[in-house]
Design a protein around this ligand. Structure first.
Ligand code: PLP
Length: 395
């Protein structure tokens, strides 16, 4: 509150503090200097994180790495795709996702995305016959239709990787997102549900994919023996695969582990916050929040909505400007210069097709951060500011 009793625009950028439990462990690591995951004979913080994360998700294997992008890259390498293999991805995602495909010497094939931010199933079905793999990026935690995707991909014998970077805690028919495809990848970058600054983790039930990914992540010599639940097949791969050294270090795991018990609360709070603001925006008639798909229980830490009806670019910019004046930053993905989530900016790709449906969505889709820690008056401040800005832009 400001001195005159008005609520100031909430700060949506600061993260939650890291739980106190991290301090003792970080102190212990600093005083022993034990930062490398493979120094301790057993129970290194990174190993414990892998056990805990696999248990949380209900999967056999988890491999902690330096980022979600590294996890996506290792997933492709672990699938042993040939050079030049084609990998379908939704055209609405972060530039790091097609980049991970380029890094793995594969070729991303962009699939149209609808006004509800989810993959267009007609375009997916049309492009699947040329695909060697599928990487479903659940962008901003919006889950694409995994029933339809898995049915088509399984029938075609094409493996599915889930980019669940921003989906920790999301359920699909009650099942954890990231456990539906052959591999699921999550991020611990600061803007995600669990914040370690940087970091990522890969989960799978497939022992061969786990073995290959563990070795390529940098488990040189016999370090694979320090991974929980290792299989004999690891011996087969030792020295036969490149070591990309994308390991996580112990300090990151020490920051992440005490946040795992907080995930359920953050998810519940984030969803309640999101749904409150969504109801308010949907009520004003000018802004539209697409509903979740029916099997989906979301875990949002931000809100995306469309400018409903016919808006000009000028009106869209006026809306952004008016919201900003009230202290609320709105990103319209396609309107900001050089945005890393607008596919036409991915100039590192040799062949970027025109995808008119995705382009239209990006030109009118708005993005506002909505961290779980916000209070009801702060949420109402944001909703009021957005609604007032929409009205003034259209008046
Ligand atoms: C954040 C994010 C990534 C990249 O994660 P990093 O850990 O920063 O590499 C990939 N995909 C999506 C959908 C993301 O939100």
């Amino acid at each position: 509150m400001s001195p005159d009793g008005q609520t100031l625009a909430p700060n949506v950028y600061d993260a939650e503090p890291i739980p106190d439990a991290a301090r003792a462990e970080i102190d212990r690591l600093l005083s022993s200097g034990d930062l490398f995951r493979y120094t301790a004979a057993a129970n290194a913080p990174v190993t414990l994180l892998e056990e805990e994360f696999a248990a949380l998700m209900g999967t056999r294997y988890a491999l902690a790495v330096s980022s979600c992008s590294a996890a996506l890259f290792l997933s492709l390498k672990a699938l042993d795709l040939p050079r030049g293999a084609k990998v379908l991805i939704p055209a609405f995602t972060f530039a790091a996702v097609p980049s991970s495909i380029v890094h793995a010497d594969c070729v991303p094939i962009l699939v149209e995305v609808g006004a509800n931010y989810r993959i267009d199933m007609d375009d997916f079905a049309a492009k699947l016959p040329e695909a060697d793999a599928v990487m479903i990026s659940h962008m901003r935690g919006h889950t694409s239709d995994m029933d339809a995707i898995m049915a088509l991909a399984d029938a075609a014998g094409v493996p599915v990787i889930e980019d669940a970077a921003h989906s920790l805690g999301t359920l699909w028919h009650g099942r954890n997102i990231g456990t539906i495809g052959r591999v699921g990848c999550f991020s611990f970058q600061s803007y995600k549900m669990v914040n370690a600054g940087e970091g990522g983790i890969l989960i799978t039930d497939d022992p061969e994919i786990a073995a290959r990914a563990v070795i390529m992540s940098g488990a040189y010599e016999e370090n694979w023996k320090k991974h929980p639940g290792f299989q004999n097949s690891y011996c087969e791969w030792q020295n036969k695969l490149p070591l990309y050294n994308l390991r996580m270090q112990n300090l990151s795991a020490a920051v992440i582990r005490p946040q795992l018990p907080e995930v359920a609360r953050r998810v519940a709070q984030g969803r309640a916050n999101h749904d409150h603001v969504a109801d308010r925006l949907n009520g004003c008639g000018l802004l539209a929040v697409p509903p979740a798909l029916s099997p989906e229980l979301r875990a949002p830490d931000s809100i995306q909505f469309n400018l409903a009806g016919a808006w000009t670019d000028e009106q869209a910019r006026a809306f952004q400007y008016a919201a900003k004046k009230a202290g609320v930053s709105v990103q319209i993905f396609g309107l900001s210069e050089g945005n890393a989530r607008a596919f036409w900016n991915w100039q590192f790709l040799t062949d970027v097709p025109d995808l008119p449906q995705t382009r239209d969505m990006l030109m009118r889709a708005c993005d506002v951060r909505l961290p779980a820690r916000l209070t009801m008056p702060e949420l109402d401040y944001i909703a009021d500011a957005l609604i007032d800005a929409a009205r003034s832009a259209r008046s």
